[in-house]
Design a protein around this ligand. Sequence first.
Ligand SMILES: *Cc1c(COP(=O)(O)O)cnc(C)c1O
Length: 391
Amino acid sequence: MASKKISSPKSRMLKPRTLAAQAMGHIDPATKAVVMPLHVATTYLRDSDNQYRSGFSYGRADNATVRQAEEVIATLEGARAALLFGSGMSAATALVMAHKPCHIVASQVMYWAFRSWLVNEAPRFGHTISIVDTSNIAAVKRAVVPGKTKLVFIETPGNPLWTITDIAAVAKIAHAAGARLAVDSTVATPVFTQPLKFGADIVMHSASKYLNGHSDVIAGALACAKPDALWKRIETLRSQHGLLLGPFEAWLLMRGMRTLDARVHAETRSAMWLAAQLVKNPNVAGVLYPGLRTHPDHAIAKRQMSGFGAMLSILVKRDERAAIRTAANVKLWKRATSLGGVESLIEHRASVEGPSSPCPPNLLRLSVGLEDPQDLYDDLAQALAKAVRRK
Ligand SMILES: *Cc1c(COP(=O)(O)O)cnc(C)c1O
């Protein structure tokens, strides 16, 4: 069942931020409520002539609340359509499974669980996978095989080194070879980058992160430049495999997206300030943040991002044990995985990712939330001082 557009063509002229703040401005026709009701029904009444004119028949395929959240995501990304899934992993794996057996090129620096699925599981569906440093355009050119490569999947900024991939340059290479480009834009958010504008075909989000923003929903999204045959197949697979996001999660996600723009701007201001402070901290050996002029991909980041996001990593002086001790010593930062919530998180990534990871052992990943940045810095500085001083 195709996703229907609920908004009028006129509302499309408004800025994405305006439309997201009002969840597309929908008013419940029955009550005039300014927040749309949550649709929980699994099944829908047929018309007496056996038709389903409402466009809904069964809850595994489609849901009105999910559609509303999809409409907000499509608007934010400047996409023709969006589909919501039960998780970011579900969205990314559905995209791959919708392809006939082919060659796929993917970023070396990316969300480790998806890279691991590509390497270990995707071959069982007949795919061959090349993992390359996609921030190196020459390496992408070498890896893409015209006629064989059907999908290039990049993550930018890439977890947890915040490597930047030039979306426009990779889109050109992919298209010249007859492949599509998909971009995991979870960390950039549509506020700072709209990958479709740079030539990407599909944008993917772990909506569990910034889009929802409150660490209380697991969800994933795909948005497309063109609802073509592949897109239809993804939609069919979502229904067949039962991958649709639950309505309550979609409703919460829509509530989260109303404040997306305000949240990520405030969090990014804090991240920028923290990065500048941490560079000067005597217990920090390095700061990885695309907003710093010293970041190797700063120039590309500046070209394709209107802000540098709220994720950064630090390399702790001395060794891995000092990094783990730093995470143990924080009081305000929460020692937890994930990112993009209103509360700041700190994580020792090498412990999570294992030996195949490009993550340095002394790296701590920081997800900057909405707390006062001075409070965040003071807490981290005391944790670093205690951890690095101790032998
Ligand atoms: C969390 C995350 C994912 C996976 O999303 P889930 O919602 O946890 O399945 C994919 N990509 C990035 C960049 C992420 O941060």
